[in-house]
Design a protein around this ligand. Structure first.
Ligand SMILES: C[S@@+](CC[C@H](N)C(=O)[O-])C[C@H]1O[C@@H](n2cnc3c(N)ncnc32)[C@H](O)[C@@H]1O
Length: 224
């Protein structure tokens, strides 16, 4: 495992919030891939195109998506602001024999972003109650997609009853079209998915509820 979990050295509001969050979360929570992300990637990028193809997972949490992508053969940079989450991703990679393909990398994405171009960029439920320039981060995510590569965003489009509301009961979500428009992609991109499917979500106590996600998948054209 190559790791630069100490790279974002400043303690930011995001780091403080999410460290506190992960300190109280079962380390097994979020270690399996998100079904909606897995469905989109399986359909649109079923396998890495070649040895060493690079994937970037933004706000990876405990690494369910990152570890799953690595198991498919992707070389995955797993980014989060929480050092605790990234330590758990590294431990999960070691345990699964995937340490050579999983690279935990600490960034407060409001401040810094991983270098390089990636064949697949994913962000599953990259939501935070901390004020950050989220649309700007997602536009930067699109910039990081290599020619021919894919960006897949999976976002909440409704709240489960057990989700944090940060004091707001009247939370509203953008439509998938609004999320797509906010990326300001211009020419040279093909929209593969832009919809809001429903799914059954399971909460921390095993309770279930029907929720809606926004799923946006866009592919960058190959260069001439
Ligand atoms: C709702 S969780 C989703 C985690 C994971 N993708 C999943 O689906 O289980 C949001 C994640 O984004 C991370 N995050 C929030 N703000 C961030 C920031 N400014 N920079 C980097 N990561 C951040 C959090 O630490 C957390 O792991």
């Amino acid at each position: 495992m190559s790791s630069d979990t100490t790279r974002a050295t400043d303690t930011t509001d995001s780091a403080a919030f999410w460290e506190n969050h992960y300190a109280g979360v079962d380390p097994q929570w979020g270690t399996r891939p998100n079904a909606v992300l897995a469905e989109a990637v399986t359909a649109l990028a079923p396998e890495p195109g070649g040895r060493g193809d690079r994937a970037l997972d933004l706000g990876c949490g405990h690494g369910g998506d990152a570890l799953w992508l690595a198991s498919l053969g992707w070389d995955v940079t797993a980014v989060d602001v929480s050092a605790t989450a990234l330590e758990r991703v590294g431990a999960g990679a070691d345990a699964a024999g995937l340490a050579d393909r999983v690279h935990p990398s600490r960034h407060d994405l409001a401040r810094t972003f991983p270098d390089g171009a990636f064949d697949l960029v994913t962000a599953s439920y990259f939501h935070t109650p901390v004020e950050i320039p989220r649309e700007q981060v997602l536009r930067r995510a699109a910039e990081a997609v290599a020619p021919g590569g894919l960006l897949v965003l999976v976002e909440h489009a409704s709240l489960a009853p057990w989700s944090w509301r940060d004091g707001h009961e009247d939370v509203t979500f953008p439509s998938p079209d609004e999320v797509l428009a906010s990326l300001r992609l211009g020419d040279g991109w093909r929209t593969e998915r832009c919809h809001a499917p429903e799914r059954t979500a399971t909460g921390p106590g095993g309770e279930t509820a029907t929720v809606t996600d926004n799923v946006i998948a866009v592919r960058r054209a190959h260069q001439d």
